[in-house]
Design a protein around this ligand. Structure first.
Ligand code: NAI
Length: 473
């Protein structure tokens, strides 16, 4: 038995490390326990996001975009490059370097904030004690007044397509291929399937994505999803909707995939199969039977609106609890919990949580979709504006997609903004601010947007809500 802390955070991913840093900033004696082993065999803080998620995928998306642009964008600018090639070791190496920079950055922030970092798997015992099992077989118990559970999530495994790390892979495997697969199969046309499918498609792989649902990107606005699907098709991503995978069998160096759709049974062969059918809360070995923390019907740690588990001094945040599995949702919950622990007024703006999918074109949204407003019987007005009429987008040769704004028919208050197009991952921030400030379409319509910028599409969509967009016939 060693130190007693004010706060112990189990999990050093986005939710956990934000909780730990904010708690330390507030003067609380804080520890963080994390078991993730980096490629160098040492502790790598930052969880899925920094190690095998948000950051490495963006590194590879950017590298592959540059490569694809050489043959698909530069010629339009009158620039021709002969025989471009990819140095795979450098391609993956750049990503690894970025990951190391950021995981090391979290370790430095821990040091600067005097957070005690433990390397091992944490388990909550009764009485707010945490048992830490080191990878070397060591065991230690530490105690705290408050424990924050931030154990994150893991990929869902399909019983008929088990991960083998070689041919049937998860997100981590798809970030570490040593060669471009000739044929890549993807199960699940969700965020991971689309982003990582795009990476390998841009480098030349034949990519087939099988999606069980008949609808493409059901969480997004239907108009935006339709435009995106068309663009992905042009890029050569073969997306099969309503395709139920029956089995996947590894045969030698290939995987034979069988699926059934409206036309019957199909069999095709790929070199690698990425399974990206969602993630589930990771709670294995986290909770001692008598610790009092409950799981909900979906295996997530049950919490109230303040991320409290109902056990005195025990909180849970991020992917391990209800709500969208987004790193920035975890950031906010981690910070809020640290503030609640310190007796301050923490807050998470769940209603204005932005969503971004980093494909080309990018997809981003905040607030309600048109379908949701219809279902809820909310009267609304729609303003849309295409990037094809935005000078900056045309000059960039990226004039694809649109901004769609939904505002209340009577009050004009912005209810949702949905975008597909260039740079929309950044443009969405303006709409999040407007919505969080309870803004109206008229507010955005009256705000000056620099010309020529992509942000003019947001301005014109706001004007279009009342049918007064300038550059639209
Ligand atoms: P997802 O929930 O986004 O998509 C999974 C897709 O697989 C769904 O469309 C689902 O209908 C489909 N599916 C499920 N079972 C299937 C089956 N048996 N056959 C065919 N299709 C099937 O999950 P994904 O892409 O694995 O991502 C996991 C989580 O990570 C998500 O919650 C996402 O929010 C988060 N994430 C967020 C990113 C971002 O914000 N840009 C990037 C990557 C992941």
């Amino acid at each position: 038995m060693s130190d007693k802390f004010d706060v112990i955070v189990i999990g050093g991913g986005p939710a956990g490390y934000h909780a730990a840093i904010r708690a330390a900033q507030l003067g609380l004696k804080t520890a963080c326990v994390d078991a993730f082993v980096g490629k160098d065999g040492k502790q790598a803080l930052g969880g899925t996001c920094l190690n095998v998620g948000c950051i490495p995928s963006k590194a590879l998306l950017d590298s592959s975009k540059q490569f694809y642009g050489l043959t698909h964008n530069l010629p339009v600018h009158g620039i021709h490059v002969d025989n471009p090639r990819v140095d795979m070791a450098a391609f993956i190496g750049r990503k690894d370097k970025i990951v190391k920079q950021f995981t090391g950055g979290v370790a430095q922030l821990f040091k600067a904030n005097k957070i005690t970092s433990y390397f091992g798997k944490g388990r909550l015992l009764k009485g707010n004690r945490v048992e830490i099992s080191g990878h070397d077989g060591s065991r230690e118990i530490i105690t705290a007044t408050n424990v924050v559970l931030a154990s994150g999530s893991v990929p869902i495994e399909l019983p008929f397509a088990r991960f083998d790390g070689k041919h049937i892979i998860d997100n981590a495997g798809a970030l570490d291929l040593t060669a471009v697969p000739k044929r890549l199969g993807v199960i699940g046309a969700g965020v991971i399937g689309l982003e990582l499918g795009s990476v390998w498609r841009r480098l030349g792989a034949e990519v087939t994505i099988l999606e069980a649902l008949p609808e493409f990107l059901g969480a997004a606005d239907a108009d935006i999803a339709r435009i995106a699907l068309k663009e992905f098709g042009k890029q050569g991503l073969a997306i099969k909707l309503g395709a139920k995978v029956a089995k996947a069998e590894v045969r030698g160096e290939e995987v034979e995939v069988t699926y059934v759709d409206g036309e019957g049974e199909h069999v095709f062969t790929v070199d690698k199969l990425l399974v990206a059918v969602g993630r589930r809360a990771y709670t294995e070995g986290l909770l001692a039977e008598d610790c009092g923390v409950r799981l909900d019907e979906r295996g997530r740690i049950a919490v109230d609106e303040h991320c409290h588990t109902g056990v005195d001094g025990v909180w849970a945040v991020g992917d391990a609890v209800r709500g969208p599995m987004l790193a920035h949702k975890g950031f906010e919950e981690g910070i809020a919990v640290a503030e609640w622990i310190a007796g301050k007024a923490g807050h998470v703006a769940y209603d204005t949580m932005p969503w971004v999918i980093y494909t080309e074109p990018e997809i981003a949204w905040v607030g309600k979709t048109e379908k949701q407003l219809k279902e809820e019987g909310v009267p609304y007005k729609v303003g849309t504006f295409p990037f094809a009429a935005i000078g900056r987008a045309v000059a960039m040769n990226e004039a694809v997609g649109q901004v769609k704004m939904l505002a209340h028919a009577e009050t004009d208050r912005i209810l949702g903004v949905h975008m597909v197009g260039p740079g929309v991952s950044e443009l969405i921030a303006e709409c999040v601010v407007a919505m969080e400030f309870k803004g109206c379409a008229e507010d955005l319509a009256r705000i000056v947007h620099a010309h020529p910028t992509l942000s003019e599409a947001v301005h014109e969509a706001a004007l279009a809500v009342d049918k007064r967009a300038i550059h639209k016939g």
